[in-house]
Design a binder for this molecule. Structure first.
Ligand SMILES: C[S@@+](CC[C@H](N)C(=O)[O-])C[C@H]1O[C@@H](n2cnc3c(N)ncnc32)[C@H](O)[C@@H]1O
Length: 390
């Protein structure tokens, strides 16, 4: 998606000086309830044209050009962004997911190797450093992003204190929907414990061949017991919102989604334009999750879980450490009734849910929340994890 992740050009876990994290309580905006259903499509393989080289296709080029052009934004500018908390919230979700699967692997072994598929500018490097992994391969279709990711790694390495350990890293520019990554690794026998694919997999659903190639790249070199984890838009949610709209599009002041038409949702190549505040549009493709699950079986993968961002948040926030991380990452906006002028959104309706939550006076202020517009944007997504079978 056009950088929902928030993570393009940011680590998210940057130290913050202030103490007003505001997540003493948390309130989730109403109005974006998610239920699976509605979109039941026939599960059948769709054969497309033989894959073309990435350089021959307009879509791969457009995606690469879009992400190459995205500017790295400094901390100060980022903090003024209308979607500052949304970006941080998405980044928190990735941090918790990555942390969980590092912990799962670490119970079995200490030297952890990772494939970051669609690494972008390296927004997750710090998470891998915190996870004390041994080695990472970072790959992306956008060459400038890969260069920036490499530079970021070099800078991190240069900042390491004496005796501080940092993982080894390898950087590869490739279209993972067309190129076989295993032929590009320094070590042809490379095995990974985790493949992380954050806000990327949906670009592959243009054709069956592309989706399958990305899966092969994600899962083909995983060790038995290894994990394929990621975040991607939830097709049920997208179609539900589309069907509820009177036009071919929906959204709010922060995000918008525009489909070519309503009522027909092919399994592959079901294109929509996604626009997120401050980010140029990139076409994406609907990922029908039950189909991904079936296709993943072919690559020896079994679903560990699939959760909407809302379900993931509600589950993970029960853990004190994750709750503290929400605060440290400023993943929720501190809301109190005293000063509305400092809020990210100037639409009073955007905080109705928070007002409702605190009206009996029992909640501790400030309350951690997201504006309704930001919540509607982030609640499109889901988190998934697959495990490679023995
Ligand atoms: C929203 S960004 C996410 C970046 C990073 N994973 C993160 O969470 O910060 C999507 C990334 O997917 C990459 N991408 C899109 N299509 C790709 C493809 N076919 N092969 C490899 N990377 C691709 C883009 O270049 C972009 O860097």
């Amino acid at each position: 998606m056009a950088d929902p992740a928030a993570a393009e050009g940011k680590d998210g876990e940057q130290p913050r000086g202030d103490a007003e994290g505001g997540s003493s309580g948390t309130a989730r905006p109403a109005g974006s309830e998610q239920q699976e259903g509605g979109t039941k499509r026939k599960l059948e393989e769709q054969e497309g044209e033989p894959p073309k080289k990435s350089s021959e296709t307009g879509h791969g080029q457009a995606v690469a050009a879009h992400y190459n052009e995205l500017q790295e934004v400094g901390l100060e500018k980022r903090s003024q962004s209308r979607i500052f908390y949304l970006r941080n919230f998405n980044n928190w979700t990735k941090s918790v997911l990555i942390g969980e699967f590092i912990d799962r692997v670490r119970r079995k072994k200490s030297d952890i190797t990772v494939l970051d598929l669609g690494c972008g500018k390296g927004g997750d490097l710090l998470k891998w450093k915190k996870g004390r992994i041994k080695k990472i391969v970072c790959t992306d279709i956008a060459d400038i992003s890969v260069q920036q990711c490499k530079q970021r790694y070099e800078d991190m390495k240069a900042r390491c204190r004496y005796n501080e350990r940092i993982f080894d890293a390898e950087f590869i520019q490739a279209d993972s929907t067309k190129d076989l990554l295993s032929s590009k690794y320094n070590d042809p026998d490379m095995r990974f414990d985790i493949c992380s694919c954050q806000f990327v997999y949906h670009y592959s659903f243009e054709t069956y061949e592309q989706a399958d190639m990305m899966l092969k790249n994600a899962c083909g070199n995983l060790s038995p017991g290894g994990y394929f984890i990621g975040t991607t838009p939830n097709s049920f949610e997208l179609v539900k919102r589309l069907e509820a709209s009177e036009t071919n599009s929906f959204g709010n002041d922060v995000y918008s989604v525009k489909f070519e038409k309503k009522g027909e949702y092919p399994l592959f190549g079901c294109k929509y334009d996604f626009h997120l505040e401050e980010v140029v549009d990139v076409p994406e493709f609907l990922v029908y999750f039950p189909l991904l699950e079936e296709m993943a079986k072919k690559h020896g993968m079994k679903l560990v879980y699939k959760m909407t961002f809302r379900e993931f948040y509600e589950e993970k926030v029960k853990n004190e450490e994750h709750k503290m991380l929400l605060r440290r990452m400023q993943a929720l906006e501190p809301y109190s009734t005293s000063d509305d002028s400092r809020l990210a959104s100037d639409k009073p309706d955007d905080y109705e849910h928070a007002k409702e939550f605190i009206k009996d006076g029992k909640a501790k202020l400030p309350l951690g929340t997201l504006s309704k517009s930001e919540w509607e944007a982030t609640s499109i997504y889901l988190v998934f994890a697959f495990e490679k079978q023995l």
